[in-house]
Ligand binder design. Structure first.
Ligand SMILES: Cc1ncc(COP(=O)(O)O)c(C=O)c1O
Length: 361
């Protein structure tokens, strides 16, 4: 797999932390799987459309090595988080949520508004703490914490949280865990069966190359049975076609979080790209990503601001660079407070990296 399998803009695209590029056959697939059942010679698209959503859930199940029943389609990470925060008795009765000041701001906004006023509390690991160090998490996972939010890949730091060390700590202390996969799914290999978090949230937009709107939440089986979502609709019902307005029964799968008539199109795009990336292998994508990161380290030396240890890096590398010079050389990257974000995906090659290094002289 390389850049010829994707629709690439001209120049050198390093923006996978923002929007991964679509596969070249995306529109043909969409025509076949979404439009044909609707606009073709068939009167009811729903059988095919719901099948596409099942395909999306199955693709996630294969990607993360868990059963598809734990996944519920969502539009984005925030919507999934609000639904879980409002459904989880441990938070509605006033527990403390531990998160970090480096988490994506939407996470803080969603929790602030979804948790009961005055009862639940947010506690932040402050900026400056080394989030790649399990000891930092160890220190903050105190007895009063009900749930810890762990961002796996921090795109503004170029750093990865050590999930395999943090999650057992949380489990031993009876602390629930939620992981944010928005910046890691598709570039950092992930095995939910081995990691055993309580919840996971993600989107398909970035390294999964699936476009906007195909988010997901995942809940472990014991958590599912405890959650009573408030934001429901007929697709959250165990049998949506029962059609008895007086009797609501939660779906026994994660679909209890689903809601009313679902969107379909984003999941058609995403199912296709997740299947293709999984078939190629996330280990292979990570190996390629690290080899291009290494080339950047060799070419730029101390201009690189993200962790030197490859095991502590996310897919993104942060560099101290003049964005206007990069733009002039046709290199697409973007600027965040700590530096310029550069995200080498499977459609980048060593020529792209050489162009970036040359642009900075
Ligand atoms: C780590 C992380 N989580 C979440 C999001 C986005 O959240 P949402 O899907 O709710 O827009 C981003 C966006 O860049 C992110 O980097």
């Amino acid at each position: 797999m390389d850049k010829h399998d994707f629709l690439m803009p001209s120049g050198h695209y390093f923006g996978s932390h923002s929007a991964g590029r679509p596969f070249a056959d995306t529109m043909a697939q969409f025509q076949q799987d979404y439009f044909q059942p609707w606009g073709g010679d068939c009167c009811d698209p729903w059988g095919e459309w719901l099948g596409q959503i099942e395909r999306f859930r199955a693709a996630l199940a294969a990607l993360f090595n868990v059963d598809a029943s734990g996944f519920c389609p969502q539009s984005n990470v925030s919507s999934g988080l609000v639904k879980v925060a409002m459904a989880l008795p441990q938070l509605q009765s006033g527990g403390t949520v531990l998160l970090s000041e480096h988490d994506f701001p939407s996470i803080g906004f969603a929790l602030q508004q979804a948790l009961p006023n005055g009862a639940a509390q947010l506690r932040f690991i402050p900026k400056g703490a080394d989030l790649t160090d399990a000891n930092v998490w160890d220190k903050h996972l105190t007895a009063d914490v009900a749930l810890v939010w762990i961002t796996h890949g921090f795109s503004n730091l170029g750093a990865a949280a050590p999930l395999a060390q943090i999650l057992p700590l949380a489990r031993q202390r009876g602390i629930l865990s939620a992981i944010d996969l928005a910046q890691s799914a598709g570039v950092l290999p992930l095995d939910l069966a081995a990691l055993q978090p309580d919840f996971a949230f993600g989107s398909s937009l970035k390294w999964l190359c699936g476009g906007a709107g195909a988010g997901y939440l995942w809940a472990s089986a014991p958590m599912l049975s405890q959650c009573q979502p408030k934001d429901v609709g007929w697709f959250s019902h165990q049998d949506p076609f029962e059609m008895n307005i007086h009797q609501f029964r939660y779906h026994d799968q994660a679909l209890r979080f689903w809601g009313g008539t679902p969107t379909v199109a984003p999941f058609v795009f995403a199912a296709h790209s997740i299947e293709r990336l999984s078939a190629f292998g996330i280990d292979n994508i990570r190996a390629h990503n690290l080899s291009l990161q290494q080339q950047l380290w060799q070419g730029l030396g101390e201009r690189v601001l993200s962790p030197q240890d490859p095991g502590k890096r996310s897919g993104t590398i942060i560099i101290n660079a003049d964005l206007t010079k990069l733009k002039a050389a046709g290199v697409f990257a973007d600027l965040r407070p700590l530096g310029v974000r550069v995200s080498p995906h499977i459609y980048n090659d060593s020529d792209d990296v050489a162009a970036l290094i040359n642009a900075l002289g």
